[in-house]
Design a protein around this ligand. Structure first.
Ligand code: 13P
Length: 255
């Protein structure tokens, strides 16, 4: 099977942005992707902060706009003040959750084994895990990109991963929020290496698992990035906060 048979996903990661008043942007996205004329072969998701998952889940109403969380605890419930479980996100209307984002790895000391357990928790709850990997500027300068990405992939993705319950997001840390992106050749090399590793470990599921690119995806570079082999969509930060920008990125798949 070819990579072009994989249905792409464009997911917006709102990070710690968004009050109720900001939901008008999500509603604009919902309405655009739900319109009769919207036939693009792409899934569209917004991952708002935890406070807005339930309300957006209700507003999305099981329609074409998918809703995701940004993190989950490994346990289904328990004495973990301030944490949110995958089951709670599912109950609130999410169908997926981001795990192992580099900001969580940096801010909360999350390591590959934590990320793997969170991904397994997401799958247990019936959510897809969007597992983030990517090298820092220093690792890139030391020519360690492929080593780092392969190691993170090996250790952050649980054994039970399937094409249906797992999505990989390659996000070079130095490209996040900086306006910098790797060259198309570099993206192709890394995504190609991820694909090879996924196929070796998961066979046919590895061939069909979506691999998103993230890091300074904008309306004016989305089409080029999304056309690269083994890039099956995008994980978008800043540009997902404005509906018009986000919809132009979704439009890279033709609307
Ligand atoms: P930016 O699109 O703002 O660079 O963020 C990317 C990201 O971290 C998405 O998870």
């Amino acid at each position: 099977m070819s990579d072009s048979d994989v249905r792409p996903l464009v997911a917006g990661n709102w990070k710690m942005h968004g009050l109720k008043a900001g939901l008008d942007q999500a509603l604009k996205v919902r309405d655009a992707v739900s319109a009769a004329g919207f036939a693009a072969p792409v899934d569209v998701m917004i991952c708002p902060p935890a406070t807005l998952v339930m309300v957006l889940g209700e507003l999305a109403g099981g329609g074409r706009l998918l809703v995701g969380g940004q993190d989950c605890h490994t346990a289904a419930q328990g004495a973990h003040t301030g944490d949110v479980s995958a089951e709670m996100l599912k109950d609130a209307g999410a169908t997926a959750v981001i795990v192992g984002h580099s900001e969580r790895r940096a801010d909360h000391g999350e390591m590959d084994r934590h990320v793997r357990d969170k991904a397994a928790a997401a799958n247990r709850a019936g959510l897809s895990a969007i597992v983030c990997i990517g090298e820092t500027a220093g690792q890139r300068a030391a020519d360690l990109t492929l080593d780092v990405v392969r190691r993170q992939l090996e250790n952050s993705v649980p054994d039970g991963a399937t094409a249906a319950n797992t999505i990989i997001a390659y996000e070079p840390v130095w490209a996040i929020g900086t306006g910098l992106t790797p060259t198309a050749d570099d993206v192709e090399t890394v995504h190609g290496a991820i694909r090879v590793a996924l196929v070796q470990r998961f066979g046919e599921d590895g061939a069909r698992m979506r691999i998103l690119y993230g890091g300074s995806v904008k309306p004016d570079n989305a089409r080029e990035l999304m056309s690269i082999d083994n890039v099956n969509g995008a994980l978008v930060g800043g540009a997902s906060l404005k509906a018009d920008d986000f919809l132009r990125i979704v439009g890279a798949y033709g609307t």
